[in-house]
Ligand binder design. Structure first.
Ligand code: ADP
Length: 601
């Protein structure tokens, strides 16, 4: 780079120098030569004038034979002493005398241009190579009239060599000076190219650094030229890039954090149904084993045809399509699907949002079932009451044997109705969050004892034995005595109801960290695995006929669950058909600080 710049600059200087030197040399040499020639001719003319002031004796000239005689030769030699060549030429061109050669050996000079001019016009001049002495000469010739004879021409010549020498000297100096200038400019080019290339190198390194993501500015040198302006504008560009990239990165991080933490599934597909993006929620909802690759076909990832259909409708031009999908086989989950068209830049596609509505569906089902159940539960006793009342009115009232039995049935069913409505009222109160617990410190042993006492009589009637097994030194619990008694009572009732005569019921309690765990286990009929998660639902009964037969409403466990959870406890079941069931529930240990803050609420 540096060498390159140097050569370029050097060459430019050199070319400039040559371009200036050549015409300078050409014109200077021409002007000098002209000047010298003019001066030479003037000198010759002056000499001629002096010479003609003292012309040779006419006798020599009249004879017009090549001079042998002393006077003409002397005259010529005298003139030649000043360094010029003098020749005398007769009108026919013969040389009569010459200061440098023997006239007899010289050729006829009639054809020489200066001679011709001199004879014709009086004088003539020319520059040419002398055939006699083989040198370039300046010739100046004048016509000299000879009284009583034909005129002769006196010719004076000056060697041109002196002019050439002067010019050669001039040229030598010029080129020498140019060489010096060239060396100086070369050095200057080297210096300038070094400084320029250093600065350009710095700018190159800077732009490379920026390309790699390092946006620190470079120090702009204060040269004030275009390179400084370039550095300043590069700095500004880098700063702007830095800001833009930072903003974009922050926005991207934010949106990926939002999308990553969303429980909703979000995915984007392009116009050819290929996945562009999917958040973790999407993978989880569709239970994808491997995270979907960007660019994989949606049809290979998603099995739900409703979803695919919705995407296709949107890609065909529908702005927004909503549908619902179900995932999972054992534990079904429901998702509301919203597919909307997106257009970003020139690509179009669809964004899919999956929203979990399992709870909603479950609640809807529970509500539907609840209404159906309530109606059904009310219908049975009402039908019975109505039927027996009608029978009595139709005449059975007069049948002393049956009327009491019928009235007892009516009473039984109306009690059942009352129980049912009581339970329903309690549940609705709990639902409305109007359950005001009177939390107090409760000794487990004392509490258990009072509940078991109540259960002893019905158990004994069914020939069932209730045993109590409490861990020693149990901590006191924080509970509403009446409500918790309801829970335990309900579990004991169930154990009595669903255990065949001769069975065992065991009530135990043990301390766990922060809570006391109660267990009611029986050796009864047990609950099938599939029903276990549902028995805490309202009206859910494993065997509805049997439950009704024993006077159950199907609400007992639902109420128990509500009450336990209101105490911040948990309730669950473990059971095996034919072996018996264990119902567990936990109650928090009494903590004076917490209870005071709770009561203060
Ligand atoms: P119910 O009034 O019918 O007893 P619950 O809500 O108390 O209503 O119980 C719901 C269902 O759970 C019962 O119908 C019964 O099928 C089952 N169940 C409850 N406790 C037991 C138990 N100890 N042994 C067997 N099945 C039980």
């Amino acid at each position: 780079m540096r060498l390159n710049l140097f050569w370029k600059l050097g060459f430019a200087f050199f070319a400039l120098l040559i371009a200036v030197l050549l015409p300078v040399e050409f014109y200077a040499e021409r002007a000098l030569r002209r000047g010298y020639e003019r001066a030479g001719f003037e000198e010759l003319a002056a000499i001629a004038r002096v010479a003609l002031a003292h012309p040779p004796q006419p006798a020599d000239l009249i004879s017009q034979v090549p001079a042998k005689s002393a006077p003409l030769l002397d005259w010529v030699a005298q003139l030649a002493a000043s360094g010029i060549r003098v020749t005398v030429i007769a009108s026919d061109g013969r040389v009569l005398a010459d200061s440098q050669a023997d006239p007899s050996t010289m050729e006829n000079h009639a054809g020489r241009p200066e001679i011709q001019d001199a004879f014709a016009k009086g004088n003539g001049q020319s520059i040419r190579r002398s055939a006699t002495i083989n040198r370039d000469l300046l010739y100046y010739a004048v016509r000299q009239p000879v009284p009583g004879g034909t005129p002769v021409v006196l010719r004076f010549a000056l060697p041109l060599q002196t002019v050439d020498e002067v010019l050669w000297e001039f040229r030598k100096r010029l080129w020498l000076a140019s060489l010096v200038v060239l060396l100086v400019t070369g050095a200057a080019a080297l210096l300038i190219s070094r400084s320029l290339s250093d600065r350009v190198d710095r700018l190159t390194a800077f732009s490379r650094r920026v390309a790699e993501g390092d946006f620190r500015p470079i120090d702009a040198d204060r040269s004030g030229d275009a390179l400084e302006a370039l550095a300043v504008s590069l700095n500004e560009t880098a700063a702007r890039l830095d800001r833009t990239i930072r903003t974009l990165t922050e926005e991207r991080n934010l949106s990926s954090a939002i999308l990553g933490s969303m429980v909703e599934g979000v995915a984007v597909v392009n116009a050819s149904e290929r996945l562009l993006f999917a958040n973790p929620g999407f993978e989880e909802i569709l239970d994808l084993d491997v995270p979907p690759q960007s660019g994989s076909a949606l049809v290979e990832i998603v099995r739900q045809t409703e979803l695919l259909e919705a995407v296709r409708q949107v890609l065909k031009g529908e702005p927004r399509v909503e549908t619902e999908i179900v995932t999972g086989t054992l534990r079904q989950r429901f998702f509301a699907v919203t597919v909307a068209a997106v257009t970003a830049a020139e690509t179009s596609g669809a964004v899919i949002v999956l929203h979990d509505i399992t709870e909603l569906r479950k609640l809807e089902r529970v509500r539907r079932d609840f209404v159906a159940n309530v109606s059904h539960e009310l219908k049975t006793p009402l039908t019975a009451i109505q039927g027996f009342a009608e029978t009595l009115l139709a005449g059975a009232i007069d049948d002393p044997k049956n009327r009491v039995r019928f009235l007892e049935i009516i009473l039984d069913h109306s009690r059942r109705l009352a129980r049912l409505t009581d339970d329903l009222l309690r549940l609705s109160k709990m639902d409305a969050d109007r359950l005001d617990l009177e939390i107090q410190r409760l000794g487990v042993a004392h509490f258990v004892e009072s509940c078991v006492e109540t259960a002893q009589r019905p158990a004994a009637e069914k020939d069932l034995r209730i045993s109590v097994n409490l861990q020693e030194r149990l901590p006191d619990i924080a509970a509403d005595r009446r409500r918790l008694a309801e829970v335990l009572q309900n579990l004991l009732d169930n154990a009595i109801q669903y255990t065949s005569p001769g069975g065992q019921i065991m009530l135990s309690a043990s301390a766990d960290p922060g809570e006391v765990k109660f267990t009611v286990s029986d050796t009864g009929i047990g609950i099938p695995q599939a029903d276990q998660p549902r028995i805490f639902e309202r009206f859910y009964r494993v065997d509805a006929a049997r439950s009704r037969e024993v006077g159950g409403t199907g609400l007992g466990l639902a109420i128990a669950k509500h009450l336990v959870e209101a105490h911040s406890g948990r309730i669950w079941v473990e059971s095996e058909v034919g072996q018996g069931s264990q119902f567990y529930f936990t109650v928090p240990i009494f903590d004076s600080e917490r209870s005071s803050s709770r009561n203060g609420r």
